[in-house]
Design a protein around this ligand. Sequence first.
Ligand SMILES: O=P(O)(O)OC[C@H]1O[C@H](OP(=O)(O)OP(=O)(O)O)[C@H](O)[C@@H]1O
Ligand SMILES: NC(=O)CC[C@H](N)C(=O)O
Ligand code: SF4
Ligand SMILES: [Mg+2]
Length: 553
Amino acid sequence: MSATTVAAASASNGTTTATLSLHHRRRHHHHQPLSFSQSFLPSKTPLKPSSQLKSLSTPTPRIARISSSYYPHEEVASIDIDDDKPREECGVVGIIGDPDSSRIACLALHALQHRGQEGAGIASSHSGRLLSHTGLGLVSEVFRDPASIASLPGSSSIGHVRYSTAGAASSLLNVQPFTAGYRFGHLAVAHNGNIVNYSSLRSRLESSGSIFNTSSDTEVVLHLIAHSKSRPFVARLVDACQSLHGAYSFVFLTHDNKMFAVRDPHGFRPLVMGRRRTNSAIVFASETCALDLVDAEYIREVNPGEIVEVDGNNDNSISTLCLMPQRQRKACIFEHIYFALPNSIVFGRAVHSSREAFGETLASESPVLNADVVIPVPDSGFFAALGYAKRSGVPFQQGLIRSHYVTRTFIQPSQELRDLAVKLKLAPVQGILKDKIVVVVDDSIVRGTTSSKIVRLIKNAGAKEVHMRIACPPIVGSCYYGVDTPRTEELISNRMDVEGLRKEIGCDSLSFLSLESLRRLLGDEAPTFCDACFSNNYPVPPIENEVERAAAV
Ligand SMILES: O=P(O)(O)OC[C@H]1O[C@H](OP(=O)(O)OP(=O)(O)O)[C@H](O)[C@@H]1O
Ligand SMILES: NC(=O)CC[C@H](N)C(=O)O
Ligand code: SF4
Ligand SMILES: [Mg+2]
């Protein structure tokens, strides 16, 4: 049994009652009951679809101007959506050298929909102008009307799907790409990540005259570019990025048909580059699954600290520049655990293989004696469960069926409604579960709500014993680099030990993959991954964000 495993004293399968010796330093020990105060609504309901179409071709002011400010009346009330999960991250795309660039960008955004469901947008460069269309909701909602794509002509486009880390989730103003005018022309940006020193940068910029139009951290980069005195554009970009701390995978598009893909020196967030097989258009995307969908062959990652420039006026010529002195890569391991799609290659590794390996090791570390069946918690627990079953030799079955019409985001006010929410999303298969010793494998536990509901469902379906196995270590720290995990106090593994959590969830035993095993599985590359949400070792000190989050309580 691993050091992060605990079994119920009453478990009759041979697992022993464990005394806890967790590897992870707990900063907070609030032994309070979970507090749930949400309302039950499907995810799409609260986000009133709203969109805006705009063209930037007017004379330019001295400072950066965010075009969405032209439509302040379209701002909608801020509504808090599901806060008990790690929210996905954003997804970015860029296509240059394709006469149908906005349509291809839209397809690529569909492939990245799992990375953000709050808003979507595309900006294109056409005849010296930037055009854009952004809206709240899913890609299919924002681009439902074919006229929206038709209104974005041009051979280069960038796109974005958003899940907010800074700035109101339901504000149309915060939906990217942002387009801005300044003294050298027009510029659009799409960002995945989170700028840790955003507040101090914003204060500094405001004291020197900048007027901000959004509450998003991303906007600071446009002001920094506008303030830079360097030339050409790429030098202004370097200037701006040198002031940023934290995580950024950016795609920029200029009015004169140039595209710039940039990754922060630690390379927290993924960004890959490919080439369309049909017409050699260059494609940038957060994940390779987007390249696959638009028939682009994978070329390589944009390297940490690198700027890749593609000149659409010069036969898509590519030049690259190292952004800053080399730092150690700190790629987000949570991409492999939960966020990325299993069919993507992220940070040079196949996501499905990582998950299978996590599951296999979990099976070796935390076996369940006499288990009858291993079942995954769909969707993201699938490959870890497969790995667990393979290593343990216990049959793999689909004991929970997931509805394809229910998204990840649920808001529920009471226990009855939370149970109903899970019933809508996940249905137990009684024939597989009844009278069985069931091993349930999920990728992660954040607040513990999903796990407790699932255990109840499976027990109600007649299971004899339910053993939860989690294919990552306990999450004890918030993320400041682009994953909007709840505040530290809300993370259940920060509020109780594994035995407390097991009781809360109501299962017969509970085990997590240990941090040591996770690192061992990454081999020589382990030091090049960020695992701060498990270890509290933050590669970029999150002091400013800590202060902000505390103030926001
Ligand atoms: O402990 P919790 O706060 O409940 O959060 C953890 C759960 O949330 C995620 O699933 P989600 O339903 O978001 O997405 P999925 O369908 O892709 O697994 C994750 O896979 C866990 O199942
Ligand atoms: N998750 C993300 O990458 C979000 C990007 C940006 N920080 C925003 O809040 O819009
Ligand atoms: S803190 Fe966790 S979620 Fe955030 S970048 Fe690091 S590993 Fe990823
Ligand atoms: Mg899940």
